[in-house]
Design a protein around this ligand. Structure first.
Ligand code: FAD
Length: 264
């Protein structure tokens, strides 16, 4: 559990040992996804969180773009061995910059995408790197929608912080619509969390934040949506305002979002 904590008080002070080049080479060789290191062409872009915040101007030692569960397990193991702080990211929208770390290891799930859609049961199981917009693109063909972020690029994992979306007025928060999740714990165990299986973990991940493990997929309840009266106005405002991230503007964005939500 320790190694998964990011940006949390005393855990920031974890001892950072130098990583030998042989160890790094072995890590890269066994990795199915893509490993980005300082000096690589993509590093400068990937080290940043999507919404700029001075607190998030950090330089991770490794950005590991995972392809599957084995990659995540390798990351956890490597972080334990080298006493690295871990940051987990999927949609990379954390205002607080939790998707990056100074000198640690970023477990980047943004390449783990996929939607298993069951229109009869009105459910969708989505891989952690799938965004709200990508899920809606699949389910909307059947007139169904999840309760996910209002902005299409927010990650499916927003449920870990609760999550509010266009349909929340009618169907509750995102976490009220989570049927189950697959989670890899800091000890390297992969488990299901649902109402009947590991109910404590299920309770914790529905709003308790990302520190209970690495979630690899989420199963969401879908709802019928026949008519959308408003929505796009808010999206464009967010894009415009995001260039100037003062606290006043962020407050303005959320006021506007809430105003628009009243019409859906
Ligand atoms: C432009 C914009 C629009 C937004 N709109 C909404 C909205 O409509 N509704 C709403 O509720 N919120 C909204 N938010 C806030 C956003 O939902 C939260 O910041 C959320 O945590 C983002 O999830 P993410 O996966 O995109 O971000 P990330 O930065 O990838 O994740 C944030 C943190 O959550 C944890 N985490 C993420 N994925 C995992 C995982 N798979 N396993 C374990 N831990 C994980 C990690 O601690 C991570 O650091 C918005 C944010 C922005 C910037």
């Amino acid at each position: 559990m320790l190694a998964l904590m990011n940006s949390c008080g005393p855990f920031n002070k974890l001892l950072k040992l130098p990583i030998g080049s042989d160890a790094l080479k072995r890590f890269k060789t066994n990795f199915n996804g893509h490993v980005v290191l300082p000096g690589d062409a993509e590093y400068e872009k990937l080290r940043r969180v999507r919404m700029w915040n001075p607190q998030s101007d950090k330089h991770p030692a490794i950005i590991a773009q995972c392809k599957n569960e084995q990659d995540i397990l390798r990351c956890i193991d490597f972080a334990h061995q080298h006493h690295l702080e871990v940051a987990v990211r999927s949609g990379n929208h954390s205002f607080l910059g939790w998707g990056t770390t100074e000198g640690g290891l970023v477990i980047d799930l943004s390449k783990m995408k996929g939607v298993e859609f069951n229109p009869l049961k009105r459910t969708a199981r989505v891989a952690a790197g799938t965004t709200s917009g990508e899920i809606l693109a699949v389910t909307s063909q059947y007139g169904l929608a999840p309760v996910l972020g209002e902005c299409g690029s927010v990650g499916a994992g927003l449920v870990l912080g609760g999550g509010l979306g266009w349909l929340s007025g009618k169907y509750g928060a995102t976490c009220d619509n989570l049927i189950s999740a697959r989670v890899i714990t800091a000890g390297g165990t992969s488990m299901t969390a649902s109402e009947n299986i590991n109910p404590d973990l299920y309770w914790a991940i529905r709003g308790g934040g990302g520190n209970f493990g690495v979630a690899t997929s989420f199963e969401y309840r879908l709802h019928p949506v026949r008519e959308v009266i408003a929505g796009a106005y808010c999206y464009f405002q967010v894009m415009l305002m995001s260039k100037v991230n003062t606290p006043e503007n962020i407050l303005f964005i959320f006021t506007l979002c809430n105003y628009c939500r009243m019409f859906v």
